[in-house]
Ligand binder design. Structure first.
Ligand code: FNR
Length: 381
């Protein structure tokens, strides 16, 4: 109503209401390096396209006359009460798109009450982001470094700064083949390399021959060589379980057998995700992998979903396929690029408003009643 009434007075929203148009606008606004880093994906983009195709292929079949006047979007995820089944996905080096970077995105999440998942590769130290959020819900995403001391230091720092859930990203033992990053560098746009999360870490610094400001190139190479570890295997998860008391969620799971291994390793949840199509080229659309993972571990683990979510009906479809909540990636980064904290808030509010309407127009008052029976060809559990 706020928007309709404003429109009658001639007001036009600063950003489009159709979140799919944000990418186009941000591409115009940003330099080629940062634009390519955010929008880019692996190979010729086929996995990113498959993400959209998978979500578009599922179709909602609405129900009628079910009293949807009062609705409640809240859900419980990993023992936390959330106002809606949405969180902001971890996205690294945000200072390349906006000088206020992660603290601005985190404040927007806090203002809307949705969890913010801070990336290990944040351009701001995790303590500073935590401070910007007050006591709002924050989770920490771990890139599981080769160097045990760096991992230990990150976990200690994250605990100390009030991050409550650990999201361990496993689909990035090496960076994917991303043509746009290979053609245009984005790191020169990072504001103050020395103050980024890794570079300010004492254990990371201890591994450098010279201080970051004396040899930033060597520091970046050190980071590139240790942020992932292609040698890790399932038994290594015991180290994380030992050093983190709260819930642990593995991000990047697509195969039901990996989801079973996660449950066997004492994990609390998985994020069905292909990193927004940025890692494996020619990969499965993430929404096509969701229902099988839920069938395999839905009774043992919390299943979250990301990769390709752009609209409220995408959120609805992910829930119908069995996810407890979704993570939103690129759209909020475009919101940040275009209008800082206000841009991120705009994106979150549009997504939640559209989800609320989808819920109502499909005949539901709350996420709890959304299941496979809401989709064409699906049956209710
Ligand atoms: C990411 N993603 C990501 N994931 C992660 O675990 N740690 C990270 O640092 C990053 N960094 C990152 C940067 C950029 C620019 C993008 C677009 C993505 C992946 C992210 O968390 C999420 O899985 C995807 O963005 C979801 O796909 P959509 O919503 O972007 O299609």
């Amino acid at each position: 109503y706020e928007i309709y009434l404003g429109g009658m007075g001639g007001a036009v929203p600063r950003l489009p209401m159709d979140l799919t148009r944000l990418e186009e606008l941000a591409e115009h606004r940003l330099d080629a390096g940062p634009a390519g880093y955010v929008a880019g994906s692996a190979g010729n983009g086929s996995t990113a396209r498959a993400n959209r195709e998978a979500l578009e292929r599922h179709r909602i079949v609405p129900r009628l006359l079910r009293d949807v006047g009062e609705r409640d979007l809240s859900v419980e995820v990993l023992g936390r009460a959330l106002p809606a089944p949405v969180a902001l996905a971890p996205v690294g080096v945000l200072s390349i798109v906006h000088p206020e970077a992660e603290p601005a995105a985190a404040r927007a999440a806090a203002a809307q009450g949705v969890p913010y998942i801070l990336s290990s590769a944040s351009s701001t130290p995790m303590e500073q982001v935590a401070e910007a959020m007050g006591d709002a819900e924050r989770w920490f995403q771990l890139y599981w470094a080769k160097d045990r001391e760096v991992t230990r230091s990150f976990l200690e720092r994250a605990k100390g700064a009030g991050y409550s859930v650990l999201v361990v990203t496993l689909d990035t033992p090496l960076l994917g083949w991303r043509p746009r990053d290979l053609e245009r560098a984005y790191l020169p746009f990072l504001h103050g390399v020395g103050t980024a999360n890794y570079f300010s870490d004492p254990a990371f610094r201890a591994g450098l021959d010279k201080p970051v400001h004396e040899d930033p190139n060597a520091a970046v190479l050190h980071f590139a060589g240790m942020f992932g570890d292609p040698g890790k295997t399932w038994p290594d998860l015991a180290f994380l379980r030992e050093h983190w008391d709260g819930p642990i969620v593995l991000k990047g799971v697509l195969h039901p057998d990996d989801a079973r291994l996660a449950a066997d390793a004492g994990m609390d949840g998985v994020v069905v995700s292909n990193h927004g199509g940025r890692q494996v080229a020619g990969g499965v659309g993430a929404a096509d992998a969701l229902a099988d993972v839920v069938r395999a571990v839905g009774d043992r683990l919390t299943v979250l979903f990301d990769s390709g979510v752009r609209t409220g009906d995408d959120v609805f479809k992910a829930l119908a396929l069995g996810a407890s909540a979704v993570l939103l990636g690129r759209p909020y980064v475009y919101g940040l690029a275009l209008d800082g904290q206000a841009g991120v808030e705009h994106v979150v509010r549009c997504l939640l408003a559209e989800f609320d309407l989808t819920l109502a127009l499909s005949g539901h008052r709350a996420p709890g009643s959304v299941d496979a029976g809401c989709l064409a060809g699906g049956t209710s559990s």
